[in-house]
Design a protein around this ligand. Structure first.
Ligand SMILES: [Fe+2]
Ligand SMILES: [Fe+2]
Length: 365
């Protein structure tokens, strides 16, 4: 029998939920270590480390910081099991160097899938495919998206210039090296909202290129994609990242994000097109969308295009409790939504996401 992959679980004395440990023991060789007693030998042979400690307890933060700073630890992906999806805990976990984070309980399959993905590092493999320009564009734009959402959640400045500059980097990298590898790397990002924002940005870029729009319009589409869900910065994370099905009340809370997005961008004097995209990407041609119930020609072209990229990204991305659809299936479904989405534009979009030839030369410097 082959040797089981080892996982080290770092705990404090107050660990409440132990069920996941039994689940992991069925598949992996699990080592349990207390944060006060950890030594390099406790984890050096492990393929993954799981940290489940109370991040509000200053007595354990110091040894945890020391552990996370060890060079031997930096090679081992580290999952933080949070008590709740609060921005405070997430920021703490990220600052300490968490590779990913989740809460438990969550559906067992999702949990095992996450563990498996972390051990086999598809993210790292996807990043290895990137050219230097693509990697730079990805690093910068991810930072900008994180900062933009973080600032928006705190009511701080949301800089249009930062987002535009990072989109210019993406446009340049795309014109030089294509978008496919870049999108593959994004697809592995652990945070759904950031991943989705970047994916929509990428789809809108490809779509704009296929439609042959000007470079200024291309930039506008990319920025619009990146910030279309900025209103979600105001949605409580325990709803936004809930691993189980949402209640009708929770759905109503999520549905506030287009209006929140409009307020965030209006307050900072963003361009009208971007505000239009953030406010109206959930409107539908037959008037059944939200928040304003816009109908037909009341919905601008930029919003029609953004809605298509947004819908496609939602259907084809994995989300808790919802398997990802293939591109073919998603396009088929979207062509049936002709009372909601602009049918001729969906047909054009099909050429973006199903193999086609896009002329990117016109966007090269
Ligand atoms: Fe949205
Ligand atoms: Fe969205």
């Amino acid at each position: 029998m082959s040797r089981k992959i080892a996982i080290t679980i770092v705990q404090d004395n107050k660990t409440i939920n132990k069920k996941y440990i039994d689940l992991l023991k069925q598949h992996y060789s699990v080592k349990l270590v207390n944060i006060d007693a950890i030594v390099i030998e406790s984890f050096i042979d492990s393929e993954l480390m799981i940290v489940q400690i109370n991040l509000n307890d200053p007595n354990v933060i110091t040894p945890l910081k020391a552990l996370m700073a060890l060079p031997e630890r930096s090679h081992i992906p580290t999952l933080f099991l949070l008590r709740e999806f609060s921005r405070r805990e997430i920021i703490q976990a990220s600052t300490l160097g968490a590779t990913d984070y989740t809460t438990y309980p969550c559906p067992e399959n999702n949990f095992l899938q996450l563990i498996n993905n972390m051990i086999h590092k598809p993210e790292k493999k996807a990043w290895e495919q990137l050219s230097e320009t693509q990697e730079e564009a990805l690093k910068v734009s991810l930072k900008v998206v994180e900062k933009t959402f973080h600032n928006a959640s705190l009511g701080l400045e949301v800089s249009q210039k930062d987002v535009k500059d990072s989109c210019n980097l993406i446009i340049e990298a795309t014109a030089k090296d294509g978008l496919t590898d870049w999108m593959n790397a994004i697809r592995q990002h652990h945070d759904y909202t950031y991943r989705h924002s970047m994916m929509v940005c990428g789809y809108l870029l490809s779509f704009g290129m296929l439609l042959g729009v000007s470079k200024t319009d291309l930039q506008m589409l990319a920025v619009g994609g990146m910030i279309h869900d900025i209103g979600k910065a105001k949605t409580p994370l325990k709803i936004l990242d809930k691993p189980t099905e949402l209640t009708p009340e929770e759905i109503n809370v999520i549905k506030k994000h287009p209006e929140d997005g409009r307020h965030i961008l209006e307050k900072q004097n963003w361009d009208k097109v971007m505000i239009d995209i953030a406010a109206h990407h959930h409107e539908k041609l037959d008037g059944t969308g939200y928040p304003d119930g816009l109908k037909g020609t009341q919905i601008s072209d930029a919003v029609r295009i953004a809605s298509i990229a947004n819908t496609f990204s939602g259907l084809t991305d994995k989300q808790p409790g919802k398997p990802a659809m293939t591109a073919e299936k998603a396009i088929e479904r979207m062509l049936e939504m002709d009372d909601h989405l602009d049918f001729p534009l969906v047909l054009s979009f099909r050429d973006v996401v199903l193999p086609s030839k896009i002329n990117i030369d016109q966007y090269k410097r």
